[in-house]
Design a protein around this ligand. Structure first.
Ligand code: NAD
Length: 462
């Protein structure tokens, strides 16, 4: 099928490359010229395991193209994905201006046969109908311009009104395993009221549904859940709000464990074995962050407020998280007492491993607070240190390896559970430090190994 993906960030680029990989003809459009130049050269502007490889093979087979030309993309695609960002406004509300710009642009360029416009971005409930309205506005503006340009062309000479439907197809991929998740989804949600549009989406995803590109091809087909527009939009928010709440829950339990002397890692194992609870998202630590959970929970709270409902549980999940994001600071103060004049080294900066994404990462809060209290902050992150990406980073010296990081530090904080942090030479690092203390902000390391290496080990709720 002919596909156009507008917005080539973590979601759009992965979606475009994966759809090209399974045989569709894809044009990826972005208004960031620099990004498009990089992608045209076969490189991924983001770090995502496996992405460059499938991009390059799709470029070679001619299945994918990159462009800044929205009109060309719209003309090409029978399915048009909107995958631009929806960052939070200070009120918590989702900023939909990029979606609006794209929807208007689609309307202004829509022609040819029937098209499906897909909301892949996470958008507030009701956005499906709103996007339809904006696209119609875009079409009307174009028609008006045609009349004006034609110096009074009569209405019936205007091109026929383009036919289209809007579908909500929320994305559940995780940064760090986005390509894997696209080929191995737990479900595909399709919201809309047009059987024709839903049928086209089913055709688009058929190879994924049939698990032709899955790691385990013998599994049952991927479930497709067809819903109305609003329910599909709500599923995305509810899923993220649930996961964020689950983490806040275990963090609350961890804080109680800390006080009563229980070990939250064992508690999590004990409750996670209950199939009603499940063992995922029960790792206590320094709280959730990233580009999705904080903004999506805030947006759902805001929507509830708009409709006269106070989402108390969600508000609590947020406030538990805000406190939790500073738990490492509290622990540093307990161990080091005065932080002024001390040097603290952060192991990891990104909000989770295997990504270069620093948006709303807990490390950023920690850096800010440590600076405020007069501590010097250094950091080592396998990707940020390597790529030299300093986006949004100030008040921190980024080191090139873990031993340089340890050198002269009064304490280390493990912020991100990068796999390589499990096998660092901690004995050597302890020797290089002024004071070998480690706060394991993700309960990721083995306390005994660290103690043997010469560290004072402090976990979260253990
Ligand atoms: P991103 O910021 O990485 O990428 C957005 C891209 O859109 C950028 O490349 C930007 O240049 C481009 N863009 C903005 N305006 C444009 C325009 N008018 N025309 C063309 N391109 C334009 O965003 P993301 O992380 O990929 O998220 C996209 C959406 O998907 C958001 O709504 C997000 O909530 C949702 N989502 C993200 C994830 C995730 O893990 N990142 C997961 C699920 C859903």
């Amino acid at each position: 099928m002919r596909v156009c993906v507008i917005g080539t960030g973590y979601v759009g680029l992965v979606t475009g490359a994966c759809l090209a990989h399974i045989g569709h003809d894809v044009i990826c459009v972005d208004n960031n010229e620099e990004k498009v130049k990089i992608m045209k050269a076969g490189q991924s502007p983001i770090f995502e395991p496996g992405l460059s490889e499938i991009m390059q093979s799709a470029i070679q087979t001619g299945k994918i193209e990159f462009s800044t030309d929205l009109a060309a993309g719209v003309a090409h695609g029978e399915i048009l994905f909107i995958a631009v960002g929806t960052p939070p406004l200070p009120t918590g509300e989702s900023d939909t201006r990029y979606v609006e710009a794209v929807a208007r642009g689609i309307g202004a360029n829509l022609n040819g046969g029937y098209k499906v416009i897909v909301n892949k971005s996470t958008v507030p409930i009701g956005s499906g109908d709103w996007v339809r309205m904006i696209v119609l506005d875009g079409i009307a503006e174009r028609q008006k311009n045609l009349v004006t340009a034609g110096g009074g062309v009569i209405e019936d000479k205007l091109p026929e009104l383009p036919q289209f439907d809007v579908v909500s197809n929320p994305e559940f991929l995780r940064e760090g395993s986005a390509v894997y998740d696209t080929f191995n989804p737990d479900r595909i949600v399709l919201g809309g009221n047009s059987p024709r549009a839903i049928a086209m989406m089913q055709e688009l995803y058929a190879p994924i549904v049939e698990r032709k590109f899955a790691e385990n091809q013998s599994l049952h087909p991927v479930p497709i859940l067809a819903t109305d527009l609003s329910s599909a939009e709500m599923i995305k928010y509810a899923a993220n709000a649930f996961l964020a709440t689950k983490i806040s829950f275990i963090n609350e339990v961890a804080n109680i464990c800390d006080r009563v002397g229980a070990d939250v890692t064992q508690v999590a194992k004990g409750i996670g074995l209950d199939s009603r609870i499940g063992n995922k998202f029960l790792q206590a630590g320094i709280g959730w962050g990233g580009s999705c959970f904080p903004k999506d929970v805030a947006a759902l709270i805001h929507t509830a407020d708009d409709y006269g409902y106070e989402a108390q549980l969600l508000k609590s999940a947020v406030s538990v998280n805000e406190r939790q994001r500073l738990i490492a600071l509290e622990k540093l103060q307990q161990v080091l007492k005065i932080l002024k004049g001390k040097t603290v080294g952060l192991l990891g900066l990104t909000f989770k491993p295997d990504t270069d994404d620093l948006r709303d990462a807990p490390a950023l809060n920690l850096i800010e607070q440590l600076n405020r209290l007069g501590a010097k902050v250094k950091a080592y992150d396998p990707i940020v240190s390597q790529t030299g990406m300093r986006h949004g980073l100030s008040g921190v010296l980024v080191e090139t390896d873990a031993e340089r990081l340890a050198d002269g530090c009064d304490a280390l904080v493990l912020v991100t559970e990068w796999q390589q942090f499990s096998s660092l030479d901690y004995a050597k690092m302890a020797q290089l430090m002024s004071n070998p203390v480690i706060i394991d902000g993700r309960n990721f390391l083995d306390p005994e190994t660290l103690v043997r290496a010469g560290f004072q080990y402090v976990g979260v709720g253990r």
